[in-house]
Design a binder for this molecule. Sequence first.
Ligand code: NAD
Ligand code: DAU
Length: 354
Amino acid sequence: MKTIVITGGAGFIGSHVVRLFVNKYPDYRIINLDKLTYAGNLNNLKDIEDKPNYKFVKMDVCDFEAFYQLMHDEKVDGIIHLAAESHVDRSIKDPFTFAKTNVMGTLSLLQAAKLYWESLPERYEGKRFYHISTDEVYGALEFNDELFAETTPYSPHSPYSASKASSDHFVRAYHDTYGMPTIVTNCSNNYGPYQFPEKLIPLFINNIRHRKPLPVYGKGENIRDWLYVEDHARAIDVIFHEGKVAETYNIGGFNEWKNIDLIKVMIKTVDRILGNAEGTSLDLITYVTDRPGHDARYAIDSSKLKRELGWEPSLQFEEGIEKTVRWYLENQAWLDNVTSGDYQRYYDEMYTGR
Ligand code: NAD
Ligand code: DAU
């Protein structure tokens, strides 16, 4: 039997990974370790919380001693590390929290895992530290056909991507220096249910529904490469089990969208589902001051993952966005619950005076 800690399991992507592992591997013990920041919500996991192979532990990834104790008490074999501060705009306002959680938190987990695994007779045999990272570490592409490959040099521009880049380097250093069996993956923009509504897709679906302005940064011409979150969770499963130690894999959907075009698809879809005439909500588009250091374009080449491990995205974007819009429209209670007073204050601060 394997015991696996999934950090950040109460967040957006983490909750999909926890659900997949708990349902697919009844013989594993899955420990969801999460501090429950504003972005963590145990309501995301109501359907699996009573399963016998699932356990939740409230813990800060920066708490080295508590994590070492957990590794020891639970005899942890594998770590899938998703916990992070994840929102670029917040990192611009509060970079220290990002350095603390994303850099020091990752280092703390690595060092505790090292001490525990090196104390065992089998040492690193059968163990794995899998770090989930982002394509933003590669910087920005021009508006051409180039894609980020695993060999693209790091060039982060925001405090968020700088903190993720730093944590990726620490993970690789633990392999190269101590022989820890690590893997890093860099994924493109995810979308789907349970994403905190500060991110483009859930924020805009909710705003369209409530006829609130849609704050488009700059000219809306930036490009992102969108992947349905359950496809990312499937990739994590394949890579955790079959990925080669010390390798990096890019994960992406080959699905590039200019922001403004994606926003128009969301408007069309929400209007259709709500029974509004086509184009009703186009007047909500409001161009606002650009995000500082806004990366022009991200686009991932995930052909290595397809070639070596056979993974590819299963969902067409049209189907994914339809499912996603319907989910947010049908789960207003979830949205109301997570958009607490604190979040509302942050949102008002972000957009007043812009
Ligand atoms: P999220 O913000 O939705 O969730 C983050 C989770 O981490 C929350 O449950 C939060 O409570 C927890 N957390 C934060 N600080 C913590 C701490 N100090 N200790 C313990 N738990 C803490 O994030 P997400 O969008 O699900 O992203 C998950 C991971 O995937 C992150 O590492 C992110 O960098 C990476 N990633 C995200 C995307 C994306 O499009 N969302 C794409 C590529 C990579
Ligand atoms: O590429 C992977 C990354 O994708 C992850 O590592 C991050 O954790 C995740 O947050 C996401 O980062 P982005 O900055 O690309 O996502 P966000 O949803 O914040 O923005 C998507 C695009 O939409 C980006 O070009 C900025 C723009 N935008 C965003 C918001 C919130 C707007 O125009 N208006 C908005 O209000």
